[in-house]
Design a protein around this ligand. Structure first.
Ligand code: ATP
Ligand code: MG
Length: 411
């Protein structure tokens, strides 16, 4: 079967000077990791990526893949034709009925670009000519060069590329160009948004979930797995580490001052995450905390939890309102899952009056007195790993090479 073609625009990558090649190579690899099973071929010309993919690839799947690939600012299904104005008119006649032009209503523009200056017609000539073709087909459409409802793009390069209906990509930088981190993924609204905010800047992320079964239910774990699968396309695939922390929680509940239990739990999460991160050669921990959202998210409390790890702790949502975070979670499609009513931390572990302004040195001493090291090591030894591929599907471990992911594109 012949390939269909997508034209992809890269964003900030084009500013990356000497590293540009590396960024572009990574972007192409990230696209292949998602769509490779359809036999993709990827070419490049002046700030554009040309993705050829087998006709059998479902449009929706290609769109999902491209919409979740950071580094892409826009894309469109494109058609090639010969460098001949009659061939271009004929292509317009074929593709416009498949596009939003077909409504026959509103305004339009022909956006022609002649990159190949040997082509005898100027960009303006091409626009005027194809505008007549559009008028023949849809007499009610009016030209509006400033704010058109529909645009037919024509690019005269080695061949002529024509496309309508261009879609927005997610922008950002390709994942795996900015080091590796671990996101503390709970079942809430915030942490999936935090993960995606960092992935957008090129970070490769694995997820860690602390599970206190049976105090947190199987359904809570299923919910976190679902969230991992929803964010996996943005993350270019991810691992979910499920740390069984019931004994750790019970030890904290038994030995800690009641108003400090949340802080103690957070301190042990940091220490556990650091160990898992180090094994994975990750150098940062990401959380969904926002300043003053809850008692453990005051400056003093966050400063204390920071002090429990040597790794960089990133909180991309720290200055955001809940409403803004909810807006993003709706955009990325995690909101509906995040609000499912399975509590991710059982009330029995939450103090009635949590301390909000801890003195770091004091609570550190209290934490050290709990002797959590053994519980943490035990929990890590019993940690389960789930794998989600770059299209968001869960995969068996043995079907994915256990590489460190530095250059394989695998998770
Ligand atoms: P919500 O959206 O309801 O605020 P949340 O996920 O932000 O949910 P918080 O209690 O505010 O929950 O926790 C702050 C951050 O701590 C989370 O964003 C997440 O990064 C991390 N976290 C909390 N609980 C867990 C857990 N059980 N496992 C992993 N990370 C967790
Ligand atoms: Mg929160």
């Amino acid at each position: 079967m012949p390939d269909k073609l997508y034209l992809i625009k890269e964003g900030e990558i084009s500013l990356k000077g000497g590293n540009r090649n590396l960024f572009e190579k990574r972007l192409r690899q990230n696209i292949k990791d998602k769509l490779g099973s359809y036999g993709v071929s990827i070419g490049k010309q002046k700030g554009r990526i040309y993705l050829g993919i087998d006709e059998s690839a479902p449009d929706q799947e290609v769109e999902k893949a491209l919409k979740t690939t950071f580094g892409i600012t826009g894309f469109a299904r494109a058609y090639t034709t010969e460098k001949d104005i009659e061939a271009m008119r004929e292509t317009a006649r074929q593709i416009l009925p498949l596009s939003d032009f077909a409504s026959g209503k509103g305004t339009f523009k022909i956006d022609a670009r002649r990159e190949d200056k040997s082509f005898p017609l100027s960009s303006y000539d091409i626009s005027v000519d194809l505008a007549s073709t559009v008028h023949e087909m849809y007499p009610e459409l009016e030209v509006d060069l400033k704010n058109p409802d529909h645009t037919l793009h024509v690019e005269v390069r080695k061949e002529v590329y024509m496309y309508t209906d261009s879609r927005k990509g997610p922008g950002g930088l390709p994942v795996q160009t900015a080091g590796r981190g671990m996101i503390l993924l709970s079942g809430g609204i915030d942490s999936p948004v935090a993960a995606i905010s960092m992935a957008k800047r090129g970070m490769k992320l694995d997820c860690i979930y602390f599970h206190a079964y049976p105090y947190t239910s199987e359904l809570a774990l299923e919910k976190v797995k679902k969230l991992a699968s929803l964010i996996a396309p943005y993350l270019g695939g991810t691992r979910l580490y499920v740390v069984p922390f019931t004994d750790g929680q019970l030890r904290i509940k038994k030995l800690a001052y009641e108003d400090e239990t949340t802080l103690m739990f957070r301190a042990s999460m940091m220490q556990t995450a650091q160990k898992l991160a180090t094994a994975r050669k990750a150098c940062a921990i990401v959380t969904g905390e926002a300043l003053s959202q809850v008692a453990s998210q005051t400056l003093e409390a966050m400063s204390f939890t920071d002090s429990m790890t040597d790794l960089l702790v990133l909180r991309p949502l720290v200055g955001m309102d809940k409403e803004e975070i909810i807006g993003i979670s709706k955009e990325i499609g995690t909101y509906e899952t995040s609000i499912l009513p399975y509590e991710d931390c059982c009330v029995i572990f939450s103090p009635k009056h949590p301390i909000t302004h801890p003195v770091k040195e004091v609570v550190r001493r209290h934490y050290e007195a709990l002797g959590m090291d053994e519980e943490i090591d035990k929990a890590i030894a019993a940690t389960q790993v789930f794998y989600f591929n770059p299209m968001g599907q869960e995969e068996e471990r043995n079907s994915m090479p256990d590489s460190d992911g530095e250059d394989s594109g695998r998770v």
